[in-house]
Design a protein around this ligand. Structure first.
Ligand SMILES: OC[C@H]1O[C@H](O[C@H]2O[C@H](CO)[C@@H](O)[C@H](O)[C@H]2O)[C@H](O)[C@@H](O)[C@@H]1O
Length: 339
């Protein structure tokens, strides 16, 4: 596996995450909170203060840790600001014309209003001091899945765009695509999500389907023309050695197909303590590395963690995602290639 380098910020936040689990215990513990914390000061002084915390048998007392976190970090997610989308109207003209029953219409409008709850923009401080944030500074307004998923996700954005088109929010839909295109420009592919710890994998490649659906609804050819060079760049990523496999059929014909395959063989930073606990049942370092690679590759599929990827459906450590040629992934890539 060609593993993506880990940044000093992520490495530090992961050690904070492990310390927090030891201090606070596993009940209600969400490891992702710790790698999402924005720093109030520079990394060196934040780390020095952490190293200086008193420990009892190696564990920082819970109250001490909480005080340290409050002093040195902003709240997880506070670097994304709630922002009402410019093209939102409470009842768009021509909204769901076939939905006539008043109670169903009222419910559909309530769902439509949820765009206001899920719309954000990246705070200026992220652009000014990116080294203090794992959040990536996307240029345009964003729509997030919600709850603990505070950042933009790749394939979720496809479903968001389908909904935004129904809501006639064409500009917001285009802004989401422009954000994802900016990731292709920087990284060569769309990341799993807009966080520094997601740079080792993508998610189901639906970017061209997003562009196509927007074009179908708006007829905006200029938008398509701007997207095409980056769609081709993304296509190249999915057809590079990382994701491509050659298989031979019963007649001896060779076929080039694709698989999910993350560039990572360590615990996922956002679920580090969970992955380490799962891997503890494995006896060798090589087995653990393979497990971490399979876990991250499964996250790349978006189906984390379906039994479709496990050799034994009740044992997570038997994930074998990179050995499977998934029909859905190949259908997405076929559509891009020949569509
Ligand atoms: O709705 C966002 C995504 O949520 C799930 O996966 C994400 O969370 C995992 C653990 O925090 C992470 O490792 C993974 O890479 C994330 O994508 C869900 O399984 C995804 O389908 C979904 O896009």
């Amino acid at each position: 596996v060609r593993s993506t380098p880990i940044t000093p910020l992520i490495a530090f936040l992961q050690s904070l995450q492990s310390a927090a689990l030891a201090s606070l215990g596993s009940s209600g513990f969400d490891p992702k909170v710790y790698v999402d914390l924005p720093l109030k000061r520079d990394l060196a002084s934040t780390q020095a203060a952490f190293d200086a915390l008193p420990r009892v048998d190696g564990v920082v007392p819970a109250a001490t840790l909480q005080r340290y976190v409050d002093e040195y970090f902003g709240v997880a997610g506070s670097d994304l600001l709630v922002a009402q989308p410019a093209d939102f109207v409470a009842e768009p003209e021509g909204f769901l014309p076939k939905v006539e029953r008043p109670e169903v219409r009222a419910w559909a409008l309530q769902v439509h209003a949820l765009w206001k709850n899920l719309s954000r923009r990246v705070a200026d401080e992220v652009r000014e001091q990116p080294e203090r944030h794992t959040l990536l500074p996307l240029p345009g307004p964003v729509v997030v899945p919600g709850s603990r998923f505070r950042e933009v996700y790749y394939w979720d954005s496809y479903w968001s765009i389908r909904g935004l088109l129904v809501s006639k929010m064409y500009e917001t839909a285009k802004e989401i695509v422009r954000n994802l295109l900016s990731l292709v420009e920087t990284y060569g592919f769309v990341l799993n999500g807009a966080r520094a710890y997601y740079t080792n994998r993508s998610q189901p490649p639906l970017l061209s389907a997003m562009v196509f659906d927007i074009y179908e609804r708006t007829g905006d050819m200029e938008f398509v023309k701007q997207a095409v060079p980056l769609l081709l760049k993304e296509h190249k990523f999915w057809n590079s050695e990382v994701h491509k496999v050659t298989v031979q059929d019963a007649q001896g014909h060779k076929h080039s197909l694709n698989r999910y395959n993350a560039m990572w063989d360590r615990p996922r930073p956002e679920s580090g303590t969970i992955d380490e606990e799962s891997a503890a049942r494995l006896s060798s370092a090589a087995q653990r590395r393979n497990f971490y690679h399979q876990v991250a590759s499964t996250a790349e599929s978006g189906w984390d963690f379906s039994s479709r990827w496990m050799r034994n459906s009740s044992d997570l450590t038997t994930l074998a995602t990179t050995s499977i040629i998934p029909v859905d992934l190949n259908a997405f890539i076929y559509k891009v290639s020949y569509g």
